[in-house]
Design a binder for this molecule. Structure first.
Ligand SMILES: C[S@@+](CC[C@H](N)C(=O)[O-])C[C@H]1O[C@@H](n2cnc3c(N)ncnc32)[C@H](O)[C@@H]1O
Length: 249
């Protein structure tokens, strides 16, 4: 039962620590890998870039990012994984000992423990709809992103994929349920530019003997994967370059 004395962030921390203790962190890789690989291709990652993985869980995607931005002619890229659940962070650190360009930090999306204008790219996989204050999270993302940095948010639970709505009552923490158009408006209201979205199907086959507790049937699970995840993409404006016609005194 939910403990009403906890703040929303403390409730999330407790719930996702429980997921981590139950071994769910690494298991999420098999559910999110296909849509994440398709997103990584769109991110056009370059060696030397600084990347944030927000809601990194056990860090499997953080490690993929770290390989893509590591040593190259433009320098040694860094990846920072941030997650509210300290047990996820502990597991992510343990699994990433071979990486010199990853740092994991425990923290909430509403108060990112990082400096401003830092990241060139941000990835967030299946995490954003849990954030109690999504406005606050977007303000924080805008702050830590460098001018012209690109934001990539993958969301599996959203209005336009009707099959995903089956989860809402099964989850033990509250979630936001918005449409793609509503998310796009939200991003624009926070001054993000080049806001676009697309649906990313999950092409992983579902075996006939697959057991699911999240969906009412395997047909629903297959239809959910076919409709796919919502990928939101946006840029922080280049605040260093004044718009034509403006004079800086
Ligand atoms: C469904 S899991 C996805 C984890 C990982 N991205 C993956 O795909 O395996 C959601 C993650 O978001 C984190 N999370 C939830 N709310 C958060 C918040 N307010 N701030 C930071 N992380 C949060 C959780 O602790 C959890 O690790």
């Amino acid at each position: 039962m939910a403990d009403n004395r906890l703040t929303p962030d403390e409730a999330l921390q407790q719930e996702f620590n429980r997921w981590a203790d139950a071994g769910e962190g690494p298991k999420m890789e098999q559910h999110h890998l296909d849509i994440t690989m398709k997103t990584l291709r769109l991110m056009d990652l370059r060696p030397g870039e600084r990347v944030l993985d927000l809601g990194c869980g056990s860090g499997w995607a953080t490690r993929l990012l770290a390989r893509l931005v590591s040593d190259g002619p433009e320098g040694f890229g860094q990846v920072v994984g941030i997650d509210i659940a300290d047990e996820m962070i502990r597991q992510a650190r343990a699994a990433s000992r071979d990486f010199e360009n990853i740092l994991y930090v425990q923290g909430a999306a509403a108060k990112l423990p990082w400096e401003e204008n830092f990241f060139d790219k941000v990835l967030s996989v299946e995490s954003f709809y849990y954030y109690p204050d999504q406005d606050r999270a977007l303000m924080e993302l805008f702050r830590v992103m460098a001018p012209r940095a690109r934001l990539f948010i993958l969301i599996n639970l959203y209005k336009d994929n009707a099959y995903s709505l089956q989860w809402v009552d099964k989850l033990k923490v509250p979630v936001h349920v918005r449409s793609a158009a509503e998310y796009a408006e939200l991003l624009k209201s926070h001054a993000f530019q080049q806001v676009e979205w697309r649906q990313i199907p999950d092409d992983t086959p579902t075996p006939d003997d697959y057991k699911t507790k999240s969906f009412n049937s395997l047909d629903d699970l297959r239809a959910f994967k076919k409709a796919g995840a919502l990928l939101l993409m946006a840029s922080k404006p280049d605040l260093r370059t004044p718009a034509p016609g403006y004079t800086i005194y």
